[in-house]
Design a protein around this ligand. Structure first.
Ligand code: AMP
Length: 408
């Protein structure tokens, strides 16, 4: 049973094909620079026990329709393909960034769902339009496959009002739905489920702090398997210090920037989203570069790392207060999974909260779930690789199997 997972951006399509009978990834890739003079498709084919086979295609892809055709041709290539025909793909799972308040869980896509995603465009003007195009193109290319939307916001729809409502006049919530939504929900849900499996406890009985540290970064306080608070807000700009995003700042700063330097709203938006965070403090957004600069004696890089970890530590403290009881802290994504220094700094001084990192375990290499707290710790500190593609594929299969008349 093959499931295609699609994540469509304004000029790109990320895709993964899974064989769900064996929970195996068959292929993955990225079509980028769509609409530009020369586009690029990087396609990986996975064979069991071997290194993935890489194929790079340079070709002009004028639009997403052509992009999806190009991807389908690679997946169904008579010699090197991983599927024989289009109907082998029984469902397509779409990552949709903003489900607003309407979508609390994964849903099968129909016309009403399409128009609800369209209505949420003001909440995610850069993402939802591309997601809609991806759905339309996939539906025309795979007309017999079930189309399913998996929302990045849905996991956080369990936030109580005290955590999601901003203290501004209530009418902005009523009329414009201004509130905290939170993002990275697919990843937070994925690692929470894996934590429950690893700890051999029902997710409904676990209190967790999930820390997703990639280029974008966010945290979630998860009580009994449900998100009760999260660091991103109405948009993904809020919360932690990120590669190029500021995270939390005094809300008056954008107003002052306009006044001091005459910057336009668009320029301020660009400054806070693309020129701030680690990059704003020390000139580079890639954690590997920040660490090598710090090791070479660069003071700005050292302060950037200090601020980065300090913000996370403060959120851990806040979420311990929100959760009241904590079973595990989970690190995930590029930085969370790969950078022992950051994990150690984030948990420094938190022994009184029951949170401790064992230096040797933290440095040990490994795959899969790893426990880095000392044996017998009150709170487990875990590294859990996130697999958002597989999570979307699993959600998609769940929708397929819950349909009336589905084979079980
Ligand atoms: P992601 O968005 O999850 O792909 O994460 C991207 C971030 O993870 C970047 O800041 C990378 O520098 C960082 N990263 C990924 N792998 C490593 C690694 N092996 N060592 C240090 N940083 C890494």
């Amino acid at each position: 049973m093959k499931i295609l997972v699609i994540n469509t951006g304004s000029s790109s399509i990320k895709y993964e094909l899974f064989d769900m009978a064996h929970q195996r990834r068959l292929a993955s890739g990225l079509a980028e620079k769509i609409g530009e003079h020369m586009s690029l498709v990087t396609h990986r084919r996975f064979m069991s026990g071997e290194e993935p086979v890489l194929k790079v295609v340079d070709t002009a892809i004028p639009d997403h329709v052509k992009g999806m055709h190009c991807i389908a041709d690679l997946l169904m290539d008579p010699k090197e393909g991983v599927a024989r025909k289009r109907d082998d793909i029984v469902a397509v799972g779409h990552r949709v960034v903003h489900g607003g308040e309407r979508f609390r869980s994964t849903t099968v896509i129909d016309n009403a769902v399409m128009s609800a995603i369209r209505q949420n465009i003001p909440l995610a003007p850069l993402h939802n339009p591309s997601n809609l195009i991806g759905i339309e193109v996939a539906a025309s290319l795979f007309p017999n496959a079930l189309q399913v939307a998996v929302f990045d916001t849905a996991f956080h729809q369990t936030l109580p009002m005290r955590a999601f409502l901003y203290a501004i006049p209530f009418e902005f919530y009523e009329k414009n739905r201004v509130r905290r939504y939170g993002f990275h929900g697919i990843s937070h849900a994925c690692v929470a489920e894996e934590a429950a499996i690893y700890m051999d406890r029902p997710l409904g009985g676990l209190n967790l702090i999930a820390i997703h540290l990639g280029n974008g970064a966010s945290m979630a306080a998860i009580q009994g398997g449900k998100s009760i608070d999260t660091s991103m807000g109405m948009t993904p700009l809020a919360g932690l210090v990120m590669g190029t995003r500021s995270g939390d700042i005094d809300p008056s700063i954008p107003l002052l920037l306009g006044g001091i330097s005459g910057m336009s709203l668009k320029e301020i938006d660009e400054l806070l989203n693309r020129e701030s965070g680690l990059k704003g403090i020390c000139g580079t957004n890639d954690m590997r570069d920040v660490i090598s600069r710090m090791e070479a004696g660069d003071e700005r890089a050292a302060i950037a790392i200090d601020i980065y970890a300090y913000r996370i530590r403060k959120y851990i403290g806040a979420y311990v207060a929100a959760l009241e009881r904590l079973d595990a802290v989970v690190f995930t994504a590029g930085i969370g999974e790969n950078v022992p220094l950051i994990r150690a700094l984030c948990c420094r001084g938190l022994k009184r909260l029951g949170i401790e990192v064992d230096p040797e375990r933290n440095l040990a290499a490994g795959n899969g779930v790893r426990e880095i707290s000392p044996a017998g710790s009150e709170v487990k500190v875990l590294i859990i690789p996130t697999d958002e593609g597989l999570k979307i594929a699993r959600e998609t299969i769940r929708m397929l199997e819950s349909r009336p008349g589905a084979r079980r």
